[in-house]
Design a protein around this ligand. Structure first.
Ligand SMILES: *Cc1c(COP(=O)(O)O)cnc(C)c1O
Ligand SMILES: [Zn+2]
Length: 414
């Protein structure tokens, strides 16, 4: 990989050659892929990019840690829409607001970006089997992207993973192990199994290539904005790999001169599980927390990637927001009503955080914000059903319909 110089430990600084199978540093720290930006600048310009036909994450190949001959993965991952939402911006009191709908990826979440990268790297090692533990979306995205590429997958999920997500990965043909325990215990069993059988490891906090896949989300955001930098980018945070990937993409673009400054990050967690935000807010070491939220995809009491995430939030001069389950479900409705976008609870948590920061006047009429919807609402219909209300029930009888409309003060003619 001519564009990559190595993989540096974020804790002790040791640099390793960027082999496809690397995981964490000897000291236990997480590795970060480093690039030769001077070289990349000679290969990638805004004009070259503008003329490129590829509408997937592989559009940004020069900024990705893959060998020249590595094939693009088969599913169309990335290049999700970025919608400007002036009505919602006005409602919240923001100058400008955009929603990046990453729930429209092939398996319905931003995780597809990391899984496609894992499948590409597994291919480079010659591995035929790939494995991970996940709260759900990493799993289904791995299962889907592996199936498309002809790889077998072993997936470890905690027992509380929503049924729809489990059905999705069984449909993709994965071998699914439902661990009777929390995410921490699930991760530990997957770690032992991966060691034992030598599978390619798609655990995002261990495999440094995965956040390089996730960073394509912010590369796209900036290209879609015509390289005009927003004030803030809001992300929901569990393990912390997504937000650190988003930050990495932004820093890459700054390093090659595509943007002239960096936005600030908004890290959103659930009030019932916010160990990363708590560490940032109170400038203390990370302490584990219980996993008490309906936003299952960000219910991570012992985050696996706190170092990179906390560093990213601090470095960006970012804001943190912790949102209640009710605020999350209000945001689900708000995005649905105002934008026609249906996100799962963790997927709309960032928007809930933005709404909260607006109410607290930490964001306002001078600010422009991009909020990322990280997962599709169809992933977790059970919670949507609980919070979305009831339809109007009538027999097939126009008089009864008129009666009900009357009773509910609905005026269809207006
Ligand atoms: C995984 C996930 C997140 C958070 O990503 P982390 O890397 O765990 O911080 C947010 N939203 C959804 C829908 C996810 O699946
Ligand atoms: Zn180290």
């Amino acid at each position: 990989m001519r564009n990559v110089t190595g993989a540096r430990c974020v804790r002790c600084g040791r640099v390793y050659p960027a082999e496809p199978g690397i995981t964490t540093c000897e000291c236990g720290g997480i590795l970060d892929i480093e690039y030769d930006y001077d070289y990349i600048k000679t290969k990638l310009t805004k004009d070259i990019l503008a003329g490129r036909r590829t509408t997937s994450m592989w559009r940004y190949r020069e900024l990705l840690p893959v060998e020249e001959g590595t094939p693009e993965t088969p599913l169309r991952v990335g290049w999700s829409p970025l919608y400007e939402e002036p009505a919602l911006a006005a409602k919240l009191g923001l100058r400008r607001l955009w929603v990046k709908d990453d729930g429209l990826n092939p398996t319905g979440s931003l995780k597809d970006r990391a899984s496609a990268m894992a499948v590409a790297k597994a291919g480079e090692t010659g591995a035929k089997v790939i494995a991970c533990s996940s709260t759900g979306n990493a799993a289904s995205s791995l299962a889907g992207n592996a199936a498309a590429a002809g790889l077998a997958s072993y997936i470890f999920v905690p027992e509380r993973a929503p049924k729809g997500k489990v059905a999705q990965l069984l449909t993709f043909g994965a071998t699914v192990v439902s661990v009777q325990g929390d995410y921490e215990e699930t991760f530990e069993l997957s770690r032992q199994a991966i060691d034992r059988w030598g599978w390619y490891n798609r655990n995002a906090a261990v495999n440094p290539y995965l956040s390089e896949g996730k960073k394509t989300c912010s590369l796209e955001i900036m290209e879609q904005l015509g390289w005009q930098v927003p004030d803030y980018v809001a992300v929901s945070v569990g393990d912390g790999c997504t937000i650190s990937g988003i930050w990495k993409g932004l820093k890459d673009l700054y390093a090659i001169g595509f943007i002239d400054h960096l936005p600030r990050l908004i890290s959103v967690q659930a009030k019932g599980c916010c160990p990363i935000n708590r560490a940032v807010e109170f400038e203390e070491d990370l302490r584990p927390m219980k996993e008490d939220t309906i936003a299952d995809s960000i219910a991570v009491g012992v985050p696996r990637n706190p170092d990179k995430a906390i560093q990213a939030i601090r470095e960006s001069g970012g804001l943190v927001a912790n949102v209640t389950d009710q605020e999350i479900m209000d945001a689900q409705k708000l995005l649905g009503h105002s934008c026609g976008i249906f996100g799962e609870p963790a997927g709309v948590a960032a928007a809930a955080g933005v709404a909260k920061l607006c109410r607290d006047e930490l964001l306002g009429e001078n600010d422009s914000v991009v909020t990322i919807v990280t997962g599709n609402g169809l992933k977790d219909v059970a919670n949507a059903i609980k919070f979305s209300g009831e339809p109007i029930r009538v027999p097939s009888d126009m008089d009864r319909l008129l009666q009900e409309f009357d009773r509910l003060d609905i005026h269809p003619e207006r």
